[in-house]
Design a protein around this ligand. Sequence first.
Ligand code: SF4
Length: 292
Amino acid sequence: MSSLVQYHPRRFRTFQYIYPVVSRRAGGLSIGVNLSPAAQCNFSCVYCQVLAETRKITYRENSVRKDNSITSINPDLLESELRELVGMVNDGSLFRDTWLSRTPPEKQVLRDIAFSGDGEPTLSLQFPDVVCRVAAVRRELCTESTKIVLITNGSTLHREPLRNTLKTLLADNGEIWAKLDAGTPDYFRTIARSAIPYEKILANLTEFSKTDPLVIQTCFVLLHGKEPDNSEIRQYAEHLRLMERIQRVQIYTAARQTPESWVLPLSDGQLDGISETVRKLTGLRVDSFYSA
Ligand code: SF4
């Protein structure tokens, strides 16, 4: 049987948009908000669990419409699902009557409501509306310590209209976890398989970090048995060093099925080695999350 952190169904009962997971990086219960039930994204990461599950292992650029928006969702339904699930956390029934009854008591705490799901959340035109709704539910039904987390690949952080929404999110005990999986354009192309250039992603993160805080999340894996080499890690760390408001760095590896047979998790020792190097080169707080 898979461990709780390996079991991430991203589906709950008949819900369409909201699901509970026990998250390694949240350190407890995280409620996921899926703004892309059709699994549309502008990256096709080699380790993506969604790709592994949907077998959409070709580039998915074509699934994103020209205006970069994705399939619309029903915000009223999303909000009512969120209210119901938070209610189940608060009355304890989530940990009594569902598969989450296996959750250790210390993890039975709602750490965050996270925009993650099956694609890049900020591509949704309804993202601003849903952020406001999630923030209202958090204020009404959750504890002060519950965070709102946006997990993003960073491709849209330069968009001016998004900035106000992200300010709202940050003001409601929010955090933005932005992906950076490479130190060089070549490695980025291999990992993300996106038409968006590495330089664009890097510029977005660097610019954003001048005014607002970011958590950097990085997935390193074995590609055909090889871990990222020292030069890749050093260049990655150098980019981090030049960013300004980095709260912490989360370095993790694949914990679940990957879409490609040649992509495997790093060992704990390999992950520790990389984290230590990054810590020394940047002076940043670096947290490691292992494969199991
Ligand atoms: S950015 Fe996220 S959802 Fe998109 S392909 Fe990469 S891991 Fe999957």
